[in-house]
Design a protein around this ligand. Structure first.
Ligand code: 5GP
Length: 198
């Protein structure tokens, strides 16, 4: 998606350790018009799929998922939580994942009453790197018996192998920008070719 790629080139910064910082528009300050265009693009890419619910993970997935939901008939958005709390009552699906940015293990929790057997879901997240966060969400959906119709990612780091592994497992992943290389010294970011209809 050219709009997102251009924005990454303009306002993203490359940090040492293969970290792309996009906090100026995606995961700290939020450009809502950009989110809306991203939601429209996912709706186009997943047209014809049954989506009863969008499932994402806190915190950065929530904004993009909620705006995307406006393009999928205002379906509910459920976000997995990463910490236990007394407000999280009732039965839960719990999985455990390793965080690339925080470099530690943490739980992924969804209350059972918000994810049901036979529900068709779209997973959305801001980044796909090694695929750990997505594995946690997929695990929870599988435990719930929900049907994963597709996975919408804002930025996939194509040089890490999460996307390849999850596609090989049969999931339909649509990433709006696929970074093929980035350089912290020069600040350059290269992308895989966008879909021609962009
Ligand atoms: P994965 O679990 O696929 O390795 O990484 C996905 C998660 O790690 C995302 O939810 C995102 O929060 C974070 N992440 C991975 N790589 C980057 C990056 O380069 N920049 C930022 N800002 N977050 C990242």
């Amino acid at each position: 998606m050219k709009l997102l790629e251009d924005r990454i080139r303009r306002d993203g910064t490359v940090k040492p350790g293969n970290v792309l910082k996009v906090d100026a528009f995606l995961n700290h300050q939020c450009d809502v018009a950009l989110f809306d265009a991203m939601g429209a693009e996912w709706a186009r890419l997943f047209a014809g799929k049954r989506v009863d619910k969008i499932v994402t993970i806190e915190a950065s997935g929530i904004g993009i998922a909620c705006i995307a939901a406006r393009h999928f008939g205002n379906v509910p958005v459920v976000f997995a939580k990463k910490t236990q709390s007394i407000n999280l009552d009732g039965d839960q699906y719990v999985s455990s994942i390793y965080s690339f940015t925080k470099q530690r293990e943490y739980p992924v929790i969804v209350a059972k009453r918000f994810l049901s057997t036979g529900e068709h879901v779209l997973l959305i997240d801001d980044f796909l790197a090694n695929g750990n966060a997505l594995h946690g969400l997929i695990d929870i959906c599988n435990h719930a018996g929900a049907v994963i119709e597709g996975i919408g990612i804002a930025i996939e780091k194509g040089f890490q192998d999460g996307g390849r592994k999850i596609r090989e497992a049969g999931y339909d992943i649509r990433s709006l920008a696929i970074v093929t290389a980035m350089d912290a010294r020069t600040g350059t970011v290269d992308f895989a070719r966008s879909e021609p209809t962009d």
